[in-house]
Design a binder for this molecule. Structure first.
Ligand code: ADP
Length: 651
């Protein structure tokens, strides 16, 4: 794949994804909040409903204990008699004692008898500090109801006692005429004591919404709400207001009035002295909302009287469940705080959103990882392509270089061979001098034997001629042997497969160098144990190396009175070492550094090729040539060669 066709890693589109996540979060929050609120509201409502029922039953039970007592009292003869003769003190005392006894026995708070003009004639509290006797109760609705022939039920703040109470009344009838009213009062002061639900409060209101019983003490005699001209309110008032008749039906649900009472209403309530001189302030309802089930959701400011006299204000949210209890003349309500509900909604939201965020985080993480992986793979692919391309290019370059190198090596070989050949020619001079020296003697002898042979033939001495001819043959053989090294020397290149006996090597070298050694009166010591030792390499090249080394040694010792060369031999299992030591000036360090470099020479007439060629020859034979100084002075050259198996020498 080319670089252009590589897939470009996609740029992550984070904006829309984040927007989607936010929208999802908002939707989830909305659904969770709505559902949690619905659920919590239903639970609160169920609990409030149960509380309401329980409370209504309790309240009714408490009140019902005394509801028939006024009727019983109305039938008592001593009370009727007192109504007929109200000024008789004996009858008054009799009635007082009787009322006190009944009151005590039945557990009521007060029982009393009112004349038709509203003046109290006898009372159970006749012997208490502020007895009701002589008080005018004609303004009380329960008196008026009874005087109209009905039975009265009414709750109010005690006119004299200032204690909240519930009043039952009954007319006293003689011959179809109402001559008085019996009244029993039940104290409601401790009615809230037993309530123990801290999150739900009980409110008992009259038809005007005035709170009469409240588990929140500071709400007593305040007005929750009121609606002018409300037909339900009118109906309620007919039930238990001024013209109320006791109803037999149980409690019933009815919507709460929703507006504050008017000034006229307030004036009417105050005139009834029902709640003494209480200021009848409305509760501060900020918001009210009807629920589909007919309950109310209220937000109101609650002014709780602080212990230090301050009134800390706090806004509370409530669910209000209320039921009319017509026969008791009241509306009972449960005000349930929604604080737990709000906490539950908050908790649900927190858990839900945390889970959502965790899931969203996981999804984002996986997406990012996937994207990174894709990008990484693309980059890897790209890098791979580049690498392959570079490898291909490098391989091409290397192949070219290799080719060039091979060509150079080839050229080098050729040059090397040429150099060796040149060096051979240089040695040729020496060689020819040697050969000349060697051949001159046999040639003279040959001429001598030939002349002698001719003379002997003329004389007919055939045996002597034969001996002469034999000598001539021997001399020819010797001359051929002398010429052999020349042939070897002239041959270009070498053969590593050939082997050379060290003894033959010595012979060859001595033929070449003999005359020169002689001229310089130099002594050369060959090792004694050379016989039978063979090395790898052809005779010609090995001679060339030794001839070079001996020539250099002789040149170094030129002018010395007793030039001397020691040749040593070391034979190992696989290698053979020849050492050549002279007694000349030795090798200075500067010379040692460059001694095997071609054309390095310290001589004015030198070529500087002898040692470099010898070095190459040793290497080409898989051997080694090294130079150093002998510790006792003079140069020391070491030629190491592969040892050859003793076998017939190839020709
Ligand atoms: P050439 O003999 O033509 O100078 P060589 O390669 O044979 O070239 O020798 C290189 C140099 O090494 C010589 O010029 C000489 O300085 C030094 N050299 C070689 N052999 C000896 C020796 N036996 N003693 C001292 N110097 C030597």
């Amino acid at each position: 794949m080319s670089k252009d066709s590589l897939p470009t890693p996609s740029i992550p589109q984070r904006g829309p994804l984040l927007l989607l996540l936010l929208l999802g979060m908002a939707l989830l929050a909305f659904v969770l909040a709505t559902k949690a609120r619905e659920l919590g509201l239903e639970q609160t409502r169920l609990r409030a409903d149960a509380n309401l029922s329980r409370y209504i039953i309790n309240l009714q039970h408490q009140l019902d204990r005394h509801k028939d007592l006024p009727r019983l009292l109305a039938s008592q003869r001593q009370l009727i008699r007192l109504l007929q003769s109200p000024r008789d003190p004996a009858l008054v005392e009799d009635a007082n004692r009787y009322l006190a006894w009944v009151n005590h026995t039945m557990g009521a708070t007060d029982s009393y008898l009112i004349a038709a003009n509203g003046i109290t004639l006898a009372a159970s509290n006749w012997d208490q500090p502020r007895p009701f006797i002589g008080n005018d109760y004609s303004f009380r609705p329960y008196f008026q109801q009874a005087m109209e022939g009905g039975i009265g039920r009414y709750f109010a703040l005690g006119n004299t006692s200032k204690v909240r109470g519930y009043f039952f009344s009954h007319p006293v009838t003689v011959n179809g005429q109402i001559i008085g009213v019996t009244v029993v009062k039940v104290d409601l002061e401790d009615i809230e004591e037993g309530w123990n639900d801290p999150l739900q409060d009980i409110l008992v209101m009259d038809e005007d919404g005035v709170i009469f019983i409240s588990t929140r003490r500071h709400w007593r005699f305040r007005i929750l709400s009121h609606r002018q001209g409300d037909p339900r309110r009118a109906a309620a008032r007919r039930h238990y207001g001024n013209h109320a008749r006791p109803a037999t039906a149980g409690s019933q649900s009815a919507p709460m009035p929703s507006a504050a009472p008017s000034g006229a209403d307030l004036a009417r309530i105050r005139a009834s002295q029902r709640y003494g001189d209480a200021p009848l302030l409305p509760l501060d309802v900020i918001r009210r909302q009807d629920t589909p089930r007919g309950d109310l959701l209220l937000t109101l400011i609650d002014q709780t009287p602080g212990t230090d006299g301050l009134d800390p204000q706090q806004t509370g949210h409530y669910l209000l469940l209320s039921r009319l209890v017509p026969e008791a003349g009241m509306r009972v309500a449960v005000l349930a705080s929604l604080r737990p509900l709000e906490a539950a909604v908050f908790r649900t939201l927190a858990i839900g959103l945390t889970l959502y965020l965790a899931c969203a985080g996981l999804v984002l993480f996986l997406l990012a990882r996937h994207r990174l992986k894709k990008r990484y793979e693309a980059e890897l692919q790209q890098a791979h392509e580049k690498l392959e391309q570079r490898v291909r290019q490098r391989t091409r370059e290397l192949t070219d270089t290799n080719l060039r190198l091979q060509q150079e090596i080839e050229q080098h070989h050729q040059t090397q061979n040429q150099l060796i050949q040149t060096a051979k020619l240089a040695v040729l001079g020496q060689l020819s001098a040697g050969i000349n020296h060697e051949l001159s003697q046999p040639l003279t002898a040959l001429r001598h034997f030939a002349d002698n042979g001719r003379k002997l033939l003329e004389r007919g001495r055939h045996e002597a001629v034969a001996t002469n001819l034999q000598e001539i043959g021997a001399l020819a053989g010797r001359m051929a042997a002398i010429l052999q090294p020349l042939k070897e020397f002239a041959r270009q290149g070498g053969d590593n497969r050939r082997q050379t006996d060290l003894r033959r090597l010595r012979q060859g070298v001595m033929v070449i160098m003999g005359s020169q050694l002689e001229q310089q009166h130099a002594r050369i010591d060959w090792p004694k144990d050379m016989d039978g030792i063979r090395v790898q390499g052809d005779l010609g090249r090995l001679e060339q190396v030794l001839v070079n080394l001996i020539s250099n040694a002789l040149q170094a010792m030129a002018g010395q009175p007793e030039p001397r060369i020691d040749i040593g031999l070391g034979v190992g299992a696989t290698r053979v070492q020849l050492t050549l030591r002279d007694y000349g000036p030795g090798l200075p360090d500067a010379v040692l550094e460059h001694i095997f470099e071609p054309f390095y020479t310290t001589k004015s007439t030198g070529l500087g090729l002898g040692l470099s060629i010898s070095h190459r020859i040793a290497q080409s034979l898989d051997g080694e040539l090294a130079a150093r100084n002998h510790p006792a002075g003079g140069a020391l050259f070491t030629l190491t060669l592969n040892r050859a198996e003793p076998s017939p020498e190839p020709t």
